[in-house]
Design a protein around this ligand. Structure first.
Ligand code: HEC
Length: 108
């Protein structure tokens, strides 16, 4: 009984990284959980006030500023710094993954 439970836990742990990668690829932002939720909570309302709609046209407009994955990373850090948001680097990474998978689609 105990051994069976242990095996189940190990199997789940082994499966997790794969599931996380698939999620990032799907663009649903929940690789390690919550890029989409973090973005919606901390970032979206300001972009909405700049760009209208849900604000995402900032990411899809023809003259958007971000032109590479590295650039996306830098811009997200810039927005964090400018706005004094207390997001950890891991949380920022989740947000970058979400924005890239959903809007920018740069090759990794
Ligand atoms: C207080 C306002 C504000 C907040 C909050 C904010 N941003 Fe921004 N963001 C801006 C402005 C202003 C721009 C630049 C728009 C422009 O140049 O037309 C921008 C641009 C961007 C861009 C680049 C769009 C492009 O042109 O490719 C990204 C990516 C971005 N923000 C991500 C984020 C993320 C992620 C967060 C939350 C951690 C965030 N922003 C929070 C104001 C904000």
């Amino acid at each position: 009984m105990k051994l069976k439970a242990l095996l189940l836990v190990l199997a789940a742990a082994g499966a997790l990284p794969l599931a996380a990668q698939a999620d990032i690829g799907n663009g649903n932002g929940n690789g390690n959980g919550n890029g989409k939720a973090l973005y919606s909570k901390d970032c979206m309302s300001c972009h909405r006030s700049i760009a209208g709609g849900d604000g995402s046209s900032l990411f899809t407009r023809p003259n958007r500023h971000v032109t590479s994955l590295g650039g996306l990373d830098k811009q997200v850090k810039r927005c964090r710094a400018n706005t004094g948001l207390s997001l950890s680097d891991n949380q920022l990474k989740d947000i970058v993954d979400y924005l890239n998978a959903t809007y920018y689609k740069f090759a990794k």
